[in-house]
Design a protein around this ligand. Sequence first.
Ligand code: SF4
Ligand code: SF4
Length: 280
Amino acid sequence: MAKISKDIVRYRSLRLAGYVIGFMLFYAPFDGFARFIDLFITPTQLYSIHEPCFRIPLHDLLLGNMGEAGPVSLIAFGLLLVVSLFFGPLFCGKLCPAGALPEYLSRLVPDRFKIDWPKHIPATPIRYGFFAGFLLAGVVGISEHCSYCNFYVFDLFVQTVTTGHLPVYSISLILTFLVWFFIMGIFTQGGRGFCNFLCPVGACSNLVHVLGVHIPWTWRLRVGQPSCVHCGRCTKVCPMSCLTLTDHALKLDRHRCILCQECQHTCPAKAISYGRGEVK
Ligand code: SF4
Ligand code: SF4
C-alpha cells in the first residue's frame, strides 16, 4: 500500500474541517452565515437553507428583478462571484457540504460498483447546457429553484437524520435525492456526478473562474509543470475526473475543476501548484 505522507493527512484534515465549517455556516441549527449578516441588517430570524440561497439571485439576475432574493442571499451570491473570479471555485472545493458528502461516502463503495460518468459522457457541455436550461426556465416562467436543489435535499436529509421525522418530500425532491446521493453520488467515481453535471451554482462558479484566469494575477491551479513524471496519480484522486493524462501532457478542464487540491497534495513531483498567474 502506498505510504500516505503527513502533508496529505494534514491537508485532508483541513479540507474536511472546511466542510464542517461550511455546514455550520449554511445549515440548521447553526445558520452561521445568515446570523452573521443579520447582525448588520434587520434580522429575519426565519433561518433556513433558503435564506443564503445562491440559486434565487441567479434567476433574478437574468430576469432583471432582484426582488425575490433577500439581502443574505444577495451577499452570499456576490461573495461567490467575487471569490470565483479572483481565487477560483473555492466554495465547491472547500465549503459546500452537499457536494462533499457523496464524495466522502463514495470512498466506501468498491470501485467495481461505481461509474465514471465523465469518461462516457461529455461533462462540460452537459454541465453548461443544464445551467442554460436552469436560467431559461426562469425566463419562460418556470420557477424550479428548490425542485432539484441538492442543498435543500441535503438539508431535508439532515433534518430526517437528526429529528427522526420524515419531512414532506415532493416527487421532484425524492428524484433529486436519488440522483444526488446514489446514482450521481456514492455510485459515481469521485462521488461528484451531481456537481459535474447538474449543479447551476458550480457551473456559474466555474464559468466566472474561467473568465477570471484571463486576468494575469488571479489565482488558479497550475498543472503541466516540467517536473511532472506522468505517473497519473493526480488523475486517480481527482473527484471531478477533470484531469487527463496523454502521452505528452497533463490536461486540466478548468470548467469543472473545483479546486479541492487533492491532485496537488498527491503529486509526488510537486508538479501541481495553486498560485497567481501561470508558472513561468
Ligand atoms: S483537478 Fe485537482 S483541484 Fe481540480 S477538481 Fe481535480 S483534484 Fe481537485
Ligand atoms: S501526479 Fe504529478 S507527476 Fe504524476 S502525472 Fe500528476 S502532475 Fe504529473
